[in-house]
Design a protein around this ligand. Structure first.
Ligand SMILES: [Zn+2]
Length: 213
Protein backbone atom coordinates (compact mmCIF):
# COMPACT_ATOMS: atom_id res chain seq x y z
CA UNK A 1 0.00 0.00 0.00
CA UNK A 2 1.39 3.39 -0.98
CA UNK A 3 1.91 6.37 1.32
CA UNK A 4 -1.04 8.16 -0.25
CA UNK A 5 -3.29 5.25 0.59
CA UNK A 6 -2.07 5.39 4.19
CA UNK A 7 -3.05 9.04 4.29
CA UNK A 8 -6.42 8.16 2.80
CA UNK A 9 -6.97 5.43 5.39
CA UNK A 10 -6.06 7.89 8.18
CA UNK A 11 -8.63 10.33 6.78
CA UNK A 12 -11.29 7.58 6.61
CA UNK A 13 -10.39 6.52 10.18
CA UNK A 14 -10.69 10.08 11.41
CA UNK A 15 -14.38 10.02 10.46
CA UNK A 16 -15.32 6.42 11.16
CA UNK A 17 -13.13 5.00 13.88
CA UNK A 18 -14.18 4.99 17.51
CA UNK A 19 -11.73 6.62 19.83
CA UNK A 20 -10.48 4.61 22.78
CA UNK A 21 -11.39 6.62 25.84
CA UNK A 22 -10.28 4.43 28.64
CA UNK A 23 -8.46 1.20 29.03
CA UNK A 24 -8.06 -0.87 32.16
CA UNK A 25 -6.50 -4.23 32.67
CA UNK A 26 -8.14 -6.31 35.34
CA UNK A 27 -6.34 -9.24 36.93
CA UNK A 28 -4.11 -9.43 33.83
CA UNK A 29 -6.66 -11.70 32.12
CA UNK A 30 -9.26 -9.25 30.95
CA UNK A 31 -8.97 -5.96 29.18
CA UNK A 32 -11.80 -3.52 29.30
CA UNK A 33 -11.83 -0.90 26.59
CA UNK A 34 -14.34 1.91 26.50
CA UNK A 35 -14.94 3.42 23.09
CA UNK A 36 -16.21 6.87 22.34
CA UNK A 37 -18.34 7.36 19.24
CA UNK A 38 -16.70 8.10 15.91
CA UNK A 39 -17.05 11.61 14.49
CA UNK A 40 -19.83 10.53 12.11
CA UNK A 41 -21.70 8.80 14.95
CA UNK A 42 -21.37 11.92 17.10
CA UNK A 43 -22.79 14.01 14.28
CA UNK A 44 -25.77 11.63 14.03
CA UNK A 45 -26.28 11.77 17.80
CA UNK A 46 -26.26 15.56 17.67
CA UNK A 47 -29.00 15.48 15.01
CA UNK A 48 -31.10 13.00 17.03
CA UNK A 49 -30.63 15.08 20.19
CA UNK A 50 -31.65 18.29 18.45
CA UNK A 51 -34.69 16.53 16.90
CA UNK A 52 -35.82 15.29 20.31
CA UNK A 53 -35.40 18.77 21.80
CA UNK A 54 -37.50 20.15 18.95
CA UNK A 55 -40.18 17.50 19.62
CA UNK A 56 -40.32 18.03 23.37
CA UNK A 57 -40.53 21.80 23.49
CA UNK A 58 -43.12 22.89 26.00
CA UNK A 59 -43.79 26.53 25.17
CA UNK A 60 -43.66 28.20 21.76
CA UNK A 61 -41.18 30.84 22.97
CA UNK A 62 -38.84 28.17 24.30
CA UNK A 63 -38.24 26.72 20.90
CA UNK A 64 -34.64 25.70 20.35
CA UNK A 65 -33.95 25.55 16.64
CA UNK A 66 -33.14 22.23 15.05
CA UNK A 67 -29.43 21.99 14.36
CA UNK A 68 -29.94 22.30 10.62
CA UNK A 69 -26.21 22.78 10.09
CA UNK A 70 -25.50 19.31 11.47
CA UNK A 71 -28.34 17.76 9.48
CA UNK A 72 -27.25 19.43 6.22
CA UNK A 73 -23.67 18.34 6.77
CA UNK A 74 -24.68 14.75 7.51
CA UNK A 75 -26.84 14.60 4.38
CA UNK A 76 -24.08 16.08 2.23
CA UNK A 77 -21.54 13.55 3.50
CA UNK A 78 -23.99 10.62 3.18
CA UNK A 79 -24.92 11.48 -0.38
CA UNK A 80 -21.29 11.95 -1.49
CA UNK A 81 -20.20 8.69 0.16
CA UNK A 82 -23.12 6.84 -1.45
CA UNK A 83 -22.14 8.22 -4.88
CA UNK A 84 -18.55 7.11 -4.35
CA UNK A 85 -19.65 3.62 -3.33
CA UNK A 86 -21.97 3.31 -6.33
CA UNK A 87 -19.11 4.48 -8.56
CA UNK A 88 -16.94 1.50 -7.60
CA UNK A 89 -19.83 -0.94 -7.00
CA UNK A 90 -19.07 -1.13 -3.27
CA UNK A 91 -21.85 -2.03 -0.83
CA UNK A 92 -23.98 0.91 0.30
CA UNK A 93 -25.17 0.53 3.89
CA UNK A 94 -28.29 2.63 4.06
CA UNK A 95 -28.23 5.13 6.91
CA UNK A 96 -24.66 4.17 7.83
CA UNK A 97 -22.27 6.43 5.91
CA UNK A 98 -19.31 5.36 8.10
CA UNK A 99 -19.70 1.72 7.09
CA UNK A 100 -20.31 2.69 3.46
CA UNK A 101 -17.20 4.90 3.49
CA UNK A 102 -15.07 2.01 4.76
CA UNK A 103 -16.54 -0.31 2.12
CA UNK A 104 -15.80 2.30 -0.55
CA UNK A 105 -12.22 2.66 0.69
CA UNK A 106 -11.54 -1.06 0.42
CA UNK A 107 -12.86 -1.27 -3.15
CA UNK A 108 -11.54 2.06 -4.40
CA UNK A 109 -7.95 1.39 -3.31
CA UNK A 110 -7.84 -1.95 -5.15
CA UNK A 111 -7.32 0.03 -8.35
CA UNK A 112 -4.25 2.17 -9.00
CA UNK A 113 -5.27 5.83 -8.52
CA UNK A 114 -3.59 9.05 -9.57
CA UNK A 115 -1.81 10.70 -6.61
CA UNK A 116 -3.79 13.88 -7.29
CA UNK A 117 -7.05 11.97 -7.12
CA UNK A 118 -6.11 10.37 -3.79
CA UNK A 119 -4.97 13.74 -2.41
CA UNK A 120 -8.32 15.27 -3.44
CA UNK A 121 -10.24 12.62 -1.48
CA UNK A 122 -7.95 13.01 1.55
CA UNK A 123 -8.50 16.76 1.53
CA UNK A 124 -12.28 16.42 1.29
CA UNK A 125 -12.42 13.83 4.11
CA UNK A 126 -10.33 16.09 6.36
CA UNK A 127 -12.60 19.02 5.58
CA UNK A 128 -15.63 16.91 6.60
CA UNK A 129 -13.95 16.01 9.89
CA UNK A 130 -13.21 19.70 10.55
CA UNK A 131 -16.81 20.67 9.72
CA UNK A 132 -18.19 17.97 12.06
CA UNK A 133 -15.94 19.18 14.90
CA UNK A 134 -17.20 22.72 14.36
CA UNK A 135 -20.83 21.53 14.45
CA UNK A 136 -20.25 19.58 17.66
CA UNK A 137 -18.60 22.42 19.51
CA UNK A 138 -20.93 25.34 20.06
CA UNK A 139 -19.48 28.79 19.37
CA UNK A 140 -18.07 30.95 22.14
CA UNK A 141 -20.15 33.95 23.06
CA UNK A 142 -18.93 37.27 24.32
CA UNK A 143 -21.09 40.23 25.40
CA UNK A 144 -20.03 43.74 24.50
CA UNK A 145 -20.66 46.72 26.81
CA UNK A 146 -21.58 49.11 23.98
CA UNK A 147 -25.11 50.18 23.08
CA UNK A 148 -26.38 48.80 19.77
CA UNK A 149 -25.17 51.07 16.92
CA UNK A 150 -28.37 50.27 15.01
CA UNK A 151 -31.22 50.62 17.54
CA UNK A 152 -29.33 52.28 20.42
CA UNK A 153 -30.54 49.68 22.96
CA UNK A 154 -28.52 49.17 26.15
CA UNK A 155 -30.68 46.29 27.40
CA UNK A 156 -32.72 43.42 26.02
CA UNK A 157 -35.57 41.20 27.18
CA UNK A 158 -36.17 37.47 27.22
CA UNK A 159 -39.15 35.72 28.82
CA UNK A 160 -40.07 38.88 30.71
CA UNK A 161 -36.56 39.28 32.17
CA UNK A 162 -34.40 42.31 31.45
CA UNK A 163 -30.69 41.86 30.68
CA UNK A 164 -27.91 44.40 30.10
CA UNK A 165 -25.47 44.34 27.13
CA UNK A 166 -27.57 43.44 24.08
CA UNK A 167 -24.57 43.05 21.74
CA UNK A 168 -23.07 39.58 21.57
CA UNK A 169 -20.21 38.25 19.46
CA UNK A 170 -20.13 34.56 18.51
CA UNK A 171 -16.83 32.92 17.55
CA UNK A 172 -16.21 29.38 16.30
CA UNK A 173 -14.07 27.22 18.57
CA UNK A 174 -12.09 25.84 15.67
CA UNK A 175 -11.95 28.54 13.02
CA UNK A 176 -11.12 27.33 9.54
CA UNK A 177 -8.87 30.27 8.70
CA UNK A 178 -9.30 33.53 10.54
CA UNK A 179 -11.09 33.86 13.87
CA UNK A 180 -12.23 37.46 13.43
CA UNK A 181 -13.50 36.87 9.87
CA UNK A 182 -15.54 33.87 11.02
CA UNK A 183 -17.03 35.62 14.06
CA UNK A 184 -20.45 37.18 13.87
CA UNK A 185 -22.29 39.61 16.12
CA UNK A 186 -25.90 40.41 16.76
CA UNK A 187 -28.09 42.70 18.81
CA UNK A 188 -30.50 40.78 21.03
CA UNK A 189 -32.77 43.83 21.17
CA UNK A 190 -33.32 44.51 17.45
CA UNK A 191 -31.91 41.25 15.98
CA UNK A 192 -29.55 43.01 13.58
CA UNK A 193 -26.51 40.92 12.52
CA UNK A 194 -22.98 41.91 11.60
CA UNK A 195 -19.65 40.33 10.91
CA UNK A 196 -17.47 40.95 14.01
CA UNK A 197 -15.13 43.18 12.01
CA UNK A 198 -18.05 45.15 10.59
CA UNK A 199 -19.48 45.74 14.09
CA UNK A 200 -16.06 46.79 15.43
CA UNK A 201 -15.88 49.33 12.62
CA UNK A 202 -19.37 50.69 13.41
CA UNK A 203 -18.50 50.94 17.10
CA UNK A 204 -15.03 52.32 16.32
CA UNK A 205 -13.63 49.88 18.82
CA UNK A 206 -11.47 46.79 18.95
CA UNK A 207 -13.16 43.49 19.66
CA UNK A 208 -10.85 41.16 21.51
CA UNK A 209 -11.61 37.53 20.88
CA UNK A 210 -10.10 35.11 23.30
CA UNK A 211 -9.27 31.72 21.83
CA UNK A 212 -8.29 30.15 25.12
CA UNK A 213 -10.84 29.43 27.80
ZN1 LIG B 1 -30.09 46.75 18.19
Amino acid sequence: MSGEHNELLDAVDELTRRVVLHQTVQESRFTCIVYDQSLLERLESEIRFSLSREGSKSLPNQRIPLNSGALGLFMRISSQVTDWAHGVKATVYKGDPARTLRAWYVTWTQTQREPGEVAGRVKLLHSWAASIRRELEPPRQKDLPDPCPSCGATEWWRDGERYPRPLVVESPRNPERNLIDESTANCRACDKRWGARELAYELETTINLDRSE
